[in-house]
Design a protein. Structure first.
Length: 502
């Protein structure tokens, strides 16, 4: 669609040029007429009346013998000057129209962005849309803690729709990174699809953000109730944080350091965010008492974001502890199931495309893995999740197609890995780039598609990539998104996730 700026400016510019040309033509005509006037009067037969002259005048006046040189040259000079000025004005106008950078004549066909520009736009769109989804999810948890399911259903629906659009955008981007499609035109269209899906995700959230604000009434009577919910969740989380510290101490005694590495520093980071939340909650109370509801709402949203991130960190410790206990119980059964599958593979011959030599090598590898795990069980602390991962992968390489304890082990490991990467990206999203987010989205899709081995691999890659982003930022414990009280991230897309104070 052509804008009014594009449609209107060229017509005005053309009209201005036409006026200049008309002026030039008029000048030429006038000059030519002036030039021809003396010639026309020379041959005229009508007498020209001569005024009577005195003695002095008749003696001083030169004889009138024809047209003077001045009468011929002056009109010619005027005509040439008029044409020159008009031509100079036209050329200057044309040159300025071609090189100007200020609003003026706008090209109807803007320059085509380069592939690098399109990629940067797609990367930025993915990060922004992912951040919008995550902050919307965080605020929605506080809304659900205060209102009924029927009242919050529209916002839940909008969030799920945005998540669907974002997942599709990440899927397109993932294929693009892998070189699919190969055609240049199709690749440009893929990037357009990424940006379009991200924009639609943001639009879904933006459409419901005003309704959520009306429901919460943070700048009115609803502020007091929202503060109570946030403060209650803060107190509950403070108690859980102390318990998580004791849980980690117990895990250090029963497991190897590698088992607790995914939640290293979580308790300390949770405490930092709770301190931040305390400050913002106090600011919100003070602003509310002073009647500044807008800034009180901004401080409240900042506090809610800090509490939500602290919850992710503490939940990560609690979840890992539960998974390690479940894994420790599952390891003996996984060993037994793996031994049965190894025996079946030896009896069943060579499966699928494997050669006899390949099958023999994989059976030998599986035997070594099972032996190592048994030794770890009897020798002291070990990492139950890592043990299950090794058992599941060793059996999977046999390609027997059987399911059992090893499949349950692979599913538990994949869920733990995906959840750990998800929490890490959520907490450190201010510095995590699109690569880690794309890998994590692919892991979630693989887990949903029933491919736990691939989900585990992709989520571990996502975690490693996100950790590199954090290290590159120069801070292993990234703060939450701070605010000076003028705005704060919340539910919504790019247009409404940060509410400015007017």
């Amino acid at each position: 669609m052509t804008s009014s700026l594009i449609r209107g400016r060229p017509r005005r510019a053309k009209a201005h040029i036409c006026v200049r040309v008309a002026h030039a033509v008029l000048g030429v005509v006038v000059g030519a007429g002036w030039l021809m006037l003396p010639v026309m009067t020379v041959g005229a037969q009508d007498p020209v009346p001569v005024a009577p002259a005195g003695t002095v005048a008749s003696s001083a006046a030169p004889p009138q013998d024809g047209t003077s040189t001045t009468d011929l040259v002056l009109p010619l000079i005027v005509g040439v000057a008029a044409v020159a000025l008009a031509g100079y004005g036209y050329l200057r106008r044309t040159r300025r129209a071609r090189t100007r950078t200020t609003p003026g004549i706008v090209s109807a066909a803007p320059p085509t962005p380069t592939p690098a520009d399109s990629e940067r736009q797609a990367r930025a769109a993915l990060v922004l849309a992912d951040d919008c989804v995550r902050t919307s999810r965080e605020e929605l948890t506080f809304v659900q803690g205060r209102f009924t399911e029927a009242e919050t259903e529209p916002f839940v629906h909008a969030l799920r729709a945005a998540e669907t659009e974002l997942s599709a955008a990440f899927a397109i981007w993932r294929r693009y990174e892998q070189g699919v499609p190969e055609d240049d035109v199709a690749r440009r269209q893929a990037l357009v699809g990424v940006v379009g899906r991200c924009a639609e995700a943001g639009r879904r959230l933006d459409a419901e953000a005003p309704a959520l604000d009306r429901l919460r009434e943070l700048e009115g009577p609803g502020l007091a109730g929202a503060l109570e919910v946030a403060e209650g969740r803060f107190r509950e989380l403070a108690g859980r944080t102390m318990t998580a510290q004791d849980t980690l101490t117990a895990l250090h005694d029963s497991c190897t350091p590698s088992a607790t590495e995914p939640v290293l520093g979580h308790v300390e980071q949770a405490k930092d965010r709770l301190v931040f939340a305390t400050t913002r909650l106090n600011e919100a109370r003070q602003r509310a008492d002073a009647g500044d509801g807008a800034r009180a709402a901004a401080h409240l949203r900042a506090a809610e974001g800090a509490v939500a991130q602290a919850d992710v960190l503490v939940t990560g410790v609690e979840r890992l502890a539960a998974e390690l206990r479940e894994a420790a119980k599952l390891v003996p059964a996984a060993l037994t199931g793996a031994e049965a599958e190894i025996a079946a593979a030896r009896k069943g011959g060579v499966p699928g495309p494997l050669t006899s030599g390949e099958l023999h090598a994989r059976l030998a590898h599986a035997d070594r893995v099972l032996t190592a795990v048994r030794q770890e069980l009897t020798s002291g602390p070990y990492d139950p999740l890592d043990a299950l991962r090794r058992i599941a992968r060793a059996v999977e390489r046999l390609e027997t197609g059987h399911t059992g304890a090893s499949s349950a082990a692979a599913l538990l490991v994949a869920r733990s890995s995906v959840a750990g990467a998800e929490g890490f990206v959520t907490v450190h999203r201010t510095v995590v780039g699109p690569e880690a987010r794309s890998q994590l989205a692919a892991a979630v899709r693989a887990l949903g598609a029933g491919d736990p081995a691939r989900a585990d691999t992709l989520s571990r890659e996502a975690r490693e990539t996100a950790e590199r982003d954090v290290r590159a930022h120069g801070n292993a414990s990234v703060d939450v998104e701070d605010t000076d009280g003028s705005s704060a991230p919340g539910f919504g897309g790019p247009q409404t996730r940060t509410r400015p104070v007017t």
